[in-house]
Design a binder for this molecule. Structure first.
Ligand code: GLA
Length: 407
């Protein structure tokens, strides 16, 4: 009997050890991750001086203090694998190595992210992690990495759930908390299976730096801001604290018009999307800084309820979006994706609704009077007790935060 009990205890112990490693790191990404990534602006042209310059700019511009703390290397930092199969950095571009870069980034009060791929090679043709998952996870932990974007090129017959779960387990076993960003472009509908695997998952193919168009390469497409937005609405029930839908990194400041950038940034905040900047923040314009550093808009994205907004309706070519916020507030957004300005009447009662699908929250405009704060003009605009007509400029937004007036 004693032997039986002893065996049971050992078995239970082993069970708890194996189940302890089979999980993702908890308490990471409780709100959508914020930071910067090298790909959208620099593609493969990255090196340690550029990245250090970006780190400096994240601090001096105020981005770090506004919450953008992850500085993420994307593709092409890699050299080859050493004789034992461990990955090394490209010694021409990163002569001091990734550990030294991570130390520099950490010394600025930032966190550092890295990039790999579940296949043989990354999309840029560098060594992928296939067959080296535990080795790579150990290496990242040793270097002090805080965030891993894990891509999906050259995966051939690899099974997505298996591959991402394997890397999750490898990261967990390596012991350093690392945000796990899954980049398989939504192909296997990761929102249906990845809640306990990754902290965020891409929902679409790559973003294309265009407000409203598709970049069609035949076998693959990249999507403009409006095209990506249209693919998000049905996914809102899958997102929440620690597990986010990722409609891809931002193109704000990469050459679109200021109104288009404002609409792009606003809609990513309405979606509770990860806010990963993709512009050259060392040289950004005042207009770009004014958009990405608007703290009241960022606060919609970072709201602690972690609820993705919804497209309530499209009326007279204006998309009306609502997002439930903590404390009974709502974000109310009018998006005009057309090329003409639109004068739009707001009858608040028309927006009485209950979010049955996700939060159970009701707007209740007949019983609750809300104070209206315009988050882009930064002005208060009265209350929802009176209806109003607003001008929604072409390819732009009107964005309100509604806060219940206490009786
Ligand atoms: C894929 C990803 C992009 C980027 C590139 C790098 O296309 O979806 O976000 O990481 O690879 O090669």
């Amino acid at each position: 009997m004693k032997r039986f009990i002893l065996l049971m205890v050992i078995n239970l112990g082993l069970l708890s050890i194996s189940s302890a490693s089979a999980q993702k790191f908890d308490n990471l990404a409780k709100t959508p991750p914020m930071g910067w990534n090298s790909w959208n602006k620099f593609a493969c042209n990255i090196d340690e001086n550029t990245i250090k310059g970006v780190a400096d700019a994240m601090v001096s511009s105020g981005l770090r203090d506004a919450g953008y703390v992850y500085l993420n290397l994307d593709d092409c930092w890699h050299g080859s694998r050493d004789a034992n199969g461990f990955i090394t950095a490209d010694s021409t571009k990163f002569p001091s190595g990734i550990k030294a870069l991570a130390d520099y980034v950490h010394s600025k009060g930032l966190k550092i992210g890295i990039y790999s791929d579940a296949g043989r090679q990354t999309c840029g043709g560098r060594p992928g992690s296939l067959g080296h998952e535990y080795q790579d996870a150990l290496t990242y932990a040793k270097w002090g990495i805080d965030y891993l974007k894990y891509d999906w090129c050259n995966t051939e017959n690899v099974n997505p759930k298996g591959a991402y779960t394997l890397m999750r387990d490898a990261l967990h076993a390596a012991g350093r908390p690392i945000v796990f960003s899954m980049c398989e472009w939504g192909q296997s509908k990761p929102w249906t299976w990845a809640k306990d695997v990754g902290h965020l998952w891409r929902t679409t193919g790559d973003i294309y730096n265009c407000f409203d168009c598709i970049d069609d390469h035949g076998s693959w497409k990249a999507f403009g801001v409006m095209q990506i937005l249209a693919m998000q609405d049905t996914l809102r029930k899958y997102a929440g604290p620690g597990h986010w839908n990722d409609p891809d990194m931002l193109e704000v400041g990469n050459g679109q018009k200021v109104n288009q950038d404002r609409a792009h940034f606003t809609m990513w905040c309405m979606l509770a999307a990860p806010l990963i900047l993709g512009n050259d923040i060392r040289t950004m314009s005042k207009e770009t800084a004014g958009i990405i550093l608007n703290k009241e808009v960022v606060a919609l994205d970072q709201d602690t309820l972690g609820l993705q907004g919804l497209n309530f309706e499209t009326k007279d070519s204006v998309q009306v979006w609502l997002k439930p916020l903590a404390g009974g507030d709502w974000a109310f957004c009018l998006l005009n994706a057309t090329t003409k300005d639109i004068s739009f009447p707001i009858d608040w009662q028309h927006y009485n609704f209950t979010d049955k699908e996700v939060s159970g929250r009701s707007t209740d405009f007949d019983r609750i009077k809300y104070r209206i704060r315009n988050l882009w003009t930064k002005k208060n605009e009265g209350a929802t007790s009176s209806n109003k007509t607003v001008n929604v400029p072409s390819q732009d937004v009107v964005l309100y935060r509604l806060t219940p007036v206490k009786k």
